[in-house]
Ligand binder design. Structure first.
Ligand code: HPA
Length: 271
């Protein structure tokens, strides 16, 4: 894709709304309900944007919701697409670039993840402090779009220190427990084997999922300040002897959604 393709999509959105958000939020599996609680100013369905990838997974709505959380102008991506659906990494991460072009400067990434760290419990939240993305193709492969960012971006501070500090402080203030750790992205859609989870733990990963790292790379490339919070929706394969199912992931996400929404809302107001 060329820069002009992004400009065309931006134009498609601008025909519907001239809203300029400060903060962009991507909501993971089962966490989408936050978008129903904000002071909505505009909604743009992905299907209305020419060339935009549309998700096929249940529980993922496909739309940008523009509005306010407190005084903060936000755009919420309600439903993301995943690499395992068959989209290229470029398509998967395209919405991140688009939200940057719309004007957002900060990005809050959320997801449901499997807990690898044995100290974690199902239903915990984890502030993402770093990531391991080398099991999935890098979304920046291909001709660099110089208008968006540099060819060889630095990755030493993907998850912005100031935003991380604000997440910690906000959680403390609200009496919400929050863990910290490294998130690793695999392609999915199959869950991991016990041997893979042992490997990932040895490598330093605390939680595993099928999204987020690729988005953080693209966000870092195009100048977003990024933070990420995982909901530990299940313990990863082999950590407990329970088999994994998507419905368990969904159920946990639904159960903790009220607290998660509260945390995200307060973080948005504070960053
Ligand atoms: N593995 C990979 N992705 C996930 C998991 C998991 O255990 N839980 C939620 N997303």
């Amino acid at each position: 894709m060329e820069y002009s393709d992004y400009e065309k999509m931006l134009q498609g959105i601008r025909e519907k709304t001239d809203f300029v958000p400060e903060t962009a939020i991507i909501l993971g599996s089962g966490l989408g309900a936050l978008a129903d609680e904000i002071d909505v100013k505009a909604v743009v369905n992905y299907s209305e944007i020419p060339g935009f990838p549309v998700s096929t997974v249940q529980g993922h709505k496909g739309r940008f919701v523009f509005g306010y959380i407190g005084d903060k102008a936000v755009v919420i991506m309600q439903g993301r697409v995943h690499y395992y659906e068959g989209y290229s990494m470029e398509k998967v991460t395209l919405p991140v670039r688009l939200m940057r072009l719309i004007g957002a400067e900060k990005l809050i990434l959320t997801n449901a993840a499997g807990g690898i760290n044995g100290d974690f419990n199902c239903g915990d939240f984890m502030l993402i402090t770093d990531q391991i993305s080398c099991f999935v193709p890098n979304p920046l492969i291909g001709k660099n779009i110089d208008e968006l960012g540099t060819r060889f971006p630095d990755m030493s501070n993907v998850y912005n220190c100031d935003m991380c500090r604000i997440v910690r402080e906000t959680a403390n203030k609200k009496n919400i427990d929050i863990r910290e750790g490294v998130y690793v992205q695999l392609t999915g859609p199959s869950y991991e084997t016990p041997a893979e989870i042992r490997m990932l733990r040895t490598m330093g990963a605390d939680a595993v999922g099928m999204s987020t790292c690729c988005e953080a790379i693209v966000a870092n490339h195009c100048g977003f300040k990024v933070c990420g919070i995982s909901c530990i929706s299940n313990m990863a394969c082999g950590v407990t002897d329970k088999p994994l199912s998507h419905s368990e992931v969904q159920e946990t996400a639904d159960r903790v959604a009220p607290v998660f929404k509260e945390l995200i809302k307060e973080v948005v107001k504070a960053v």
